[in-house]
Write a protein that binds this ligand. Structure first.
Ligand SMILES: NC(=O)c1ccc[n+]([C@@H]2O[C@H](COP(=O)([O-])OP(=O)(O)OC[C@H]3O[C@@H](n4cnc5c(N)ncnc54)[C@H](O)[C@@H]3O)[C@@H](O)[C@H]2O)c1
Length: 287
């Protein structure tokens, strides 16, 4: 199947990283967000990220074009209709089921029947997402890791109806992006987030209970276990709002109280402490 024009829905943390990786791989990109200001912010952030990539990458990893040439392949839009001619759509909108459940039927009407939809959700079942379309065989999960341009491997989720051809198309796209695939079966949270969200939540409980300061919690994981980042730094990177929505999604999907979000997490989200993207979470950042 031809992969030339790729739609990216959502231009937040994940959508902009995905759009950047696709454009850097020489693909045409249509980047959709409900908010025009988010698209402006995404354009600036992607330009700066490409500029830095150009400074540091050499040899076979070097960028083939200047940042502005790469960004010229991106169409920025607030209109879902602009995705009509896309061969493949990666959906990265907010982790709220009601928002995704409203977008998929719209995309289903707008896009050609053969277009593949890839959900970059943290925890929502791909089989469930596929049920919001009339093309469940053409829906697959592509769980990109954050930051997308730097992460080499993607968790690929096969929904109940995902066809072999769709899976192959998803793998072909990842190959163009120079990324590897690990294919897993469908289950809420898949492999990665069923484990990670529990770990992050428990780390928040440790900080809330005063057992250790956030930096001490993270140091245990880095210095003792050799992890590159601790769970609270990871939470700040992902976005505390996305962590909260993911835990709520897992609790709803499994009906298991082990996923109950720590009240401190909810309090921080209510206070606007979302992590890196807001400038403050468990740590302070410059935005
Ligand atoms: N943050 C991570 O580390 C991470 C990693 C893997 C997967 N994910 C998943 O990727 C998705 C996006 O997460 P994020 O961190 O980029 O969130 P984010 O909050 O940074 O961005 C979400 C974007 O979606 C936009 N949006 C909401 N509804 C929309 C609609 N109907 N049409 C178009 N745009 C819409 C918002 O305006 C926002 O810009 C979520 O499903 C999340 O669970 C996140």
């Amino acid at each position: 199947m031809a992969l030339q024009k790729i739609g990216v829905a959502g231009a937040g943390v994940m959508g902009r990283g995905t759009a950047q990786s696709l454009a850097a791989a020489g693909l045409e990109v249509v980047l959709l967000d409900a908010r025009a200001d988010v698209l402006d912010q995404a354009r600036e952030e992607m330009r700066e990220a490409l500029r830095l990539t150009g400074l540091f990458k050499t040899g076979k990893n070097a960028l083939e074009k200047e940042p502005d040439e790469i960004l010229a392949a991106v169409v920025w839009t607030t209109r879902p209709e602009a995705l009509a001619e896309c061969d493949f759509v990666v959906e990265n909108i907010t982790e709220k089921e009601e928002l995704k459940a409203a977008l998929y039927p719209r995309l289903d009407e707008i896009c050609r029947p053969e277009t593949v939809f890839a959900a970059n959700t943290s925890v929502i079942s791909i089989t469930r997402i596929a049920s919001w379309t009339k093309r469940p065989d053409r829906v697959v999960g592509l769980h990109f890791m954050n930051p997308v341009p730097l992460k080499t491997t993607v968790e690929v989720i096969r929904g109940f109806h995902t066809s072999e051809e769709t899976l192959q198309t998803a793998k072909d796209l990842l190959k163009l992006m120079k990324k590897k695939a690990v294919v897993v079966k469908d289950s809420p949270g898949f492999v990665s987030n069923r484990v990670l969200m529990l770990t992050v939540n428990e780390a928040v409980w440790l900080a809330a209970d005063g057992v250790a300061e956030p930096f001490e919690v993270d140091r245990i994981f880095k210095s003792c276990f050799g992890h590159p980042m601790g769970p609270l730094e990871t939470a700040d990177l992902i976005g505390l709002d996305t962590i909260l929505l993911s835990l709520e999604g897992l609790m709803k999907a499994f009906g298991d109280p082990k996923f109950r979000p720590c009240p401190l997490l909810r309090k921080m989200v209510d206070a606007g402490l979302l992590g890196r993207k807001s400038g403050r979470g468990f740590y302070d950042y410059q935005v």
